[in-house]
Design a protein around this ligand. Structure first.
Ligand code: AMP
Ligand code: MG
Length: 425
């Protein structure tokens, strides 16, 4: 399979028109999903202790040069190299430790120095302790040091005023460390997106001992996914399969949220009321149904200023649709450019004859790497199944474009490793 086949499912910059009632391609649906979203303009001042997962509103610049002062990169002895002319050893005039104020090196002497300690004035090198021999108050140098040895110069890592973190960056622990190292304890962050989640279905618990009932898998999963994507989540519970109740629930939501996520009741069955209820509550449907497996019935729309994404009921489809459409929606809410879905090259470790017409996304396990170092994927699950077990055992999701009839062992594929979506196994 030609890997360029994937370009249509990965790119989503333009918003092609989707005639009403027509099933969207995955790339059209991605564009449609994003077109429902406006980036959040509100910002907040956040302490770095609360900043992990937040998105910078503006670029952050260095207040100071780093290192803040010349200091030793090693445990050893600070000296002025010229003092060794005609000599092999120098008297030890004292010790300078990390955290002390910078001192002065007495002429013709060396000072014991520890890593990170300020270089004494007059010293131009640090000889590492492994290359020194100490006896009777003197230090003998087994290798002659040269000026500059083992010194970290002020400003050599980073200049004052240098950009540390660009705007629209989602902060991780490494950014928090960088900010702390620069003495920055607060940053301007985009307000977290407010995302509300409800499930639909008369079959959903809470008492799953009752025959015919099943536990609600989607709501906890969606709340966790949205939280992990950086949202402030609100659990709106379970709605019955009832048009009026669903309409009333939509009406009660008002403008409290940036994005509403529903699952189930978005297909064409007699109990599928999400679409009609949204419209009856004054909402707008911008796109419905995507040529993909699993999860064809997906709805993109708005309710007032709130985006509304109706996901299918099948839990595997919910997860897949979240990664394809909702994660980018949340990224855009936070002002970020959404990361492309499944843009990592891989090879099929399986043969698969399939019915063309819909793009297919499936849980994939990293089986091995081929000789060129490219990941070789094993396909998990049975395609039609709703179970989350293969997903839980997978290392990521892989995608096959709609028109492909046969995937042969060794064909090029694209995949979406979970570690790329902030999820580690
Ligand atoms: P629906 O589109 O509402 O007909 O749902 C499709 C399938 O997904 C049905 O088998 C539902 O029972 C199942 N389903 C819907 N919502 C959930 C949920 N929250 N948790 C687990 N399964 C669900
Ligand atoms: Mg249902």
């Amino acid at each position: 399979m030609d890997s360029t086949l994937m370009s249509d499912v990965c790119g989503c910059d333009s918003v092609p028109p989707v005639p009403s009632g027509e099933i969207m391609s995955v790339s059209d649906a991605m564009a449609r999903a994003l077109s429902q979203i406006s980036p959040i303009a509100e910002t907040q001042s956040v302490s770095i202790g609360d900043a992990c997962g937040r998105v910078t509103q503006r670029a952050v610049f260095a207040i100071n040069a780093l290192p803040l002062f010349d200091n030793s990169a090693m445990d050893g002895f600070a000296l002025c190299c010229a003092d060794l002319d005609g000599r092999e050893s120098l008297p030890i005039a004292g010790t300078v430790s990390a955290g002390e104020r910078p001192g002065t090196l007495p002429e013709g002497a060396a000072m014991r120095i520890y890593t990170g300690a300020p270089l004494p004035k007059g010293a131009d090198a640090v000889a590492m302790v492994e290359r020194c021999h100490e006896a009777e108050g003197k230090v003998c140098f087994t290798h002659r040091p040269v000026p500059g040895d083992n010194i970290r110069r002020k400003g050599s890592d980073q200049a004052q005023g240098q950009m540390l973190i660009p705007s629209q960056t989602r902060l991780g622990p490494r950014h928090i460390g960088l900010l702390a190292a620069n003495g920055i304890d607060r940053i301007g962050a985009v307000r977290r997106p407010r995302v509300a989640v409800f499930s639909t279905g008369d079959e959903l618990g809470p008492d799953v001992k009752t025959p015919g009932k099943i536990p609600d898998a989607n709501r906890p999963m969606l709340l966790a996914l949205a939280h992990q994507a950086g949202a402030d989540v609100t659990d709106l519970g379970i709605l019955p399969d009832d048009l009026e109740a669903t309409k009333v629930a939509f009406e009660g939501i008002g403008d409290r949220f940036d994005l509403i996520l529903t699952s189930g009741a978005v297909s064409m069955g007699g109990k599928d009321h999400i679409r009609d209820a949204l419209v009856a509550a004054g909402g707008h449907v911008a796109g419905w149904r995507v040529a993909m497996k699993p999860g064809k019935p997906v709805l993109f729309g708005t309710l007032g200023r709130t985006a509304c994404t109706g996901l299918p009921g099948n839990p595997l489809a919910v997860y897949v649709n979240f990664q394809l459409f909702v994660a980018p929606q949340i990224s855009r809410l936070m002002g970020m450019k959404p990361a492309p879905f499944a843009n990592v090259p891989a090879r099929a470790g399986f043969d698969w004859v399939r019915k063309p017409g819909r793009a297919e996304i499936f849980p994939a396990r990293l089986a091995t790497y081929n000789q060129a170092g490219v990941p070789v994927l094993e396909r998990l699950g049975r395609g039609v199944s709703a179970t989350l077990l293969p997903l839980a055992e997978a290392d990521g999701l892989a995608i096959v474009p709609a028109d492909i009839e046969r995937v042969r062992y060794g064909d090029g594929l694209h995949w979406h490793p979970f570690c790329r979506s902030g999820e580690m196994r």
